[in-house]
Design a protein around this ligand. Structure first.
Ligand SMILES: Nc1ncnc2c1ncn2[C@@H]1O[C@H](COP(=O)(O)OP(=O)(O)OP(=O)(O)O)[C@@H](O)[C@H]1O
Length: 248
């Protein structure tokens, strides 16, 4: 598995091969593109600059771990990478094409796990998974097995524990059959056995050439992973006129 490379103006990056603020040596200028290429991404939320010059590139099979204090911008970066929020500046390319030129096309490449498990409480585990399985794709049985959900397959989601809901949400990621996994704190609520299953799923995805980008506050079962630490800012730096905004 080849690691990704990362630069960011204000983050703490171990072993970054590029001086702060400089672009990676491949990209639009050279005509050679990695699977995912981010250059100088900047995002304001309210009046605060949350992401300040984030640059990285990832090849097939790579994984990146996003860390940093609460409010540092980890979830914001995931939403940008999913094409759900346009950065205020910078560029984001998937195999050389701008993610924002065709967001629907990019969405088909992404499996996104948010903080919320977003299950329909009245539907069973299997029915919930079937709702999100892309037409004609994914193996329901394999996804249920991978997250040890077979004994729970016919249980309504409202009866699941927090960890069981998280496992169901992770099974949905497996079913999506998408190359780019964007996982916001994927181990939230998981017990030790489920974390092992998560590790196996991540490894299998990468061995098939998939990419993984995950946020976390705890160690995750990921090997050969590139760390990206967002520095954040003290909450006192937030504007007194701080306003909620919708994603663009
Ligand atoms: N809809 C929004 N409108 C305005 N500001 C927002 C919005 N969503 C998030 N923010 C702000 O953006 C900043 C980054 O938030 P984000 O959720 O990306 O952080 P995080 O690193 O994922 O935090 P955590 O570790 O707590 O999950 C925070 O200061 C937050 O208050």
């Amino acid at each position: 598995m080849r690691p990704c490379t990362v630069t960011i103006r204000r983050s703490v990056i171990a072993d970054s091969p590029f001086p702060a603020g400089q672009s990676a040596p491949i990209g639009p200028e050279t005509g050679a593109f990695p699977a995912l290429y981010a250059e100088d991404l900047c995002v304001f939320r309210g009046e605060r600059l949350v992401l300040d010059g984030v640059s990285f590139q990832m090849e097939a099979g790579a994984a990146m771990l996003l860390t940093g204090p609460n409010g540092a911008g980890k979830s914001t970066l995931l939403r940008v990478l999913a094409g759900l929020r346009k950065p205020d500046s910078g560029q984001l390319l998937w195999h050389g094409e701008s993610v924002f030129a065709d967001r629907a096309a990019h969405a088909s490449k992404v499996a996104y796990l948010g903080h919320q498990d977003a299950l329909k409480p009245g539907l069973t585990v299997t029915e919930n998974l079937a709702l999100f399985a892309r037409a004609g794709q994914g193996n329901m049985q394999a996804a249920l097995e991978a997250m040890d959900l077979l004994p729970l397959a016919n249980l309504p989601a409202r009866l699941l524990s927090a960890g069981q809901k998280r496992r169901t949400a992770l099974a949905r990621i497996l079913l999506a059959n998408a190359p780019l996994w964007l996982l916001d704190e994927p181990s939230l609520g998981l017990d030790a056995n489920a974390i092992t299953l998560l590790g196996q799923a991540l490894t299998a995805h990468r061995q098939q050439g998939g990419l993984v980008i995950a946020t976390t506050h705890v160690p995750l079962p990921l090997e050969n992973v590139q760390p990206l630490t967002l520095p954040g800012a003290s909450d006192s730096s937030a504007s007194p006129f701080y306003q909620q905004e919708d994603d663009a």
